[in-house]
Ligand binder design. Structure first.
Ligand SMILES: Cc1ncc(COP(=O)(O)O)c(C=O)c1O
Length: 388
């Protein structure tokens, strides 16, 4: 019967994840540095706001684009922190950044349109573009650039079918952070080629070493051609709340709201109230979590240096993208064997649209002592692989 699936229900490459999870099911004492889900609990004030909202009657539909007070607060924050001018009526509150991305892609991509995606990347982008019938065009980002995106590389892949550029900044899985000067070049390129852009900024609050994050929509000429996507999952440890948003030019709003309504009617309003509390009072909790991620990052980089293993220095996010080619193993074998022999779970670059099969993603999302133990195990494994 599988032959009767619709053509758009293209198969995704989830088989490797399944293999890892099956293997893990038979093992004890696993240290999981695989999924991008913070080990912290959602800050209590946010949980309380969500619970109060449920008790207080936020138990019905909200307007499809979201609660007015949350849309106002998001527009205000975007102006204050990101230097971008959106009115509240240009915001749609979504079920995670994931739904925001899908809405934007469904609203913008026609069959045959070329969509430019940085590689490596969060591979949900691939499935969404395929659902819309678009054609994916890769722009590689490189270890030697710490995985920052380069305007020149984008320019090199554009054709007259190129319609949309989707970037995540900072990026998952690499932590690549594209700096202002390069974003300005990308903005000029987008104008010159009449490209639309989706800028996924879900890691914008998780920046290392005081780095600067720049919202693409705030750059000259970009406001009317950029959809900004963001969410609460990562910075506020709210992955299970499923609240995110998109901020879009006015010309896109009616179509985007219609798609949002079709997909899910609205985002659960009590959870939207939790997101409002995050915006109003979550900054201190984010700073505390970020300080701990940075401490873990230093540990990981120190241990990788000691193993003589190279990586791109992440500018932000929750990940380190590590080049394990010097071990003589390909990345998928490395991940399976590291799990089997040392009970440490990390994911290979092949799960992130990186065909090289030479990289792994290590998350910074386990307690410090577990991370230290994971790195001791990894070092033992690397030494054994190198036969030393
Ligand atoms: C770049 C990027 N965008 C979006 C998402 C999805 O986030 P959400 O939980 O808000 O749907 C992720 C999750 O890993 C991500 O890495």
């Amino acid at each position: 019967m599988a032959a009767r699936l619709a053509a758009r229900a293209v198969s995704v490459k989830s088989s490797f994840r399944t293999r890892m999870l099956e293997l893990a099911a038979g093992l004890d004492d696993i240290i999981a540095l695989g999924r991008g889900d913070p080990d912290f609990e959602t800050p209590p004030a946010i949980v309380a706001a969500g619970a109060d909202a449920l008790i207080g009657g936020y138990t019905h539909y909200s307007p499809p684009p979201g609660l007015p007070e949350l849309r106002e607060a998001i527009a205000f924050q975007l102006k204050l922190n990101n230097n971008v001018n959106y009115q509240a009526n240009q915001i749609i509150v979504t079920n995670g950044a994931q739904e925001a991305l899908l809405i934007a892609i469904l609203a913008l991509v026609d069959p045959g349109d070329e969509v430019v995606l940085q590689a490596p990347r969060f591979n949900a982008f691939d499935y969404m573009v395929k659902l819309a019938g678009g054609r994916i065009v890769d722009v590689p980002t490189l270890e030697e650039d710490d995985y920052a995106l380069k305007a020149e590389a984008i320019g090199g892949v554009l054709t007259d079918r190129s319609k949309l550029l989707v970037i995540a900044n900072p990026n998952n899985p690499t932590g690549g952070l594209t700096p202002r000067a390069e974003l300005e070049r990308i903005a000029k390129l987008a104008e010159a080629h009449d490209l639309l852009v989706i800028s996924d900024e879900i890691y914008e609050k998780l920046l290392f070493g005081g780095a600067e994050h720049v919202s693409l929509a705030g750059l000259d000429g970009m406001g009317d051609r950029t959809v900004t996507v963001n969410g609460f999952s990562k910075a506020y440890a709210m992955t299970g709340w499923r609240v995110g948003y998109l901020a879009a030019p006015e010309w896109l709003m009616e179509a985007a709201v219609e798609i949002k309504h079709t997909l899910s009617i609205c985002t659960p309003p009590a959870l939207q109230r939790g997101a409002l509390a995050a915006l109003e009072s979550g900054d201190a909790a984010v700073a505390t979590m970020l300080a701990e991620y940075e401490r873990r990052l230093e540990l990981v980089l120190r241990r990788l240096d000691a193993m003589d293993i190279s990586y791109g220095l992440p500018g932000g996010g929750m990940y380190v993208y590590v080049n394990i080619s010097s071990t003589g193993l390909d990345a998928e074998t490395f991940c399976l064997e590291l799990l089997r022999r040392e009970q440490v779970m990390v994911f290979p670059g092949t799960m992130f649209a990186d065909p090289a099969n030479q990289h792994i993603r290590i998350t910074l999302l386990s307690p410090y002592d577990s991370m230290r133990e994971a790195l001791v195990r990894m070092e033992r494994f690397v030494k054994a692989a190198r036969g030393s």
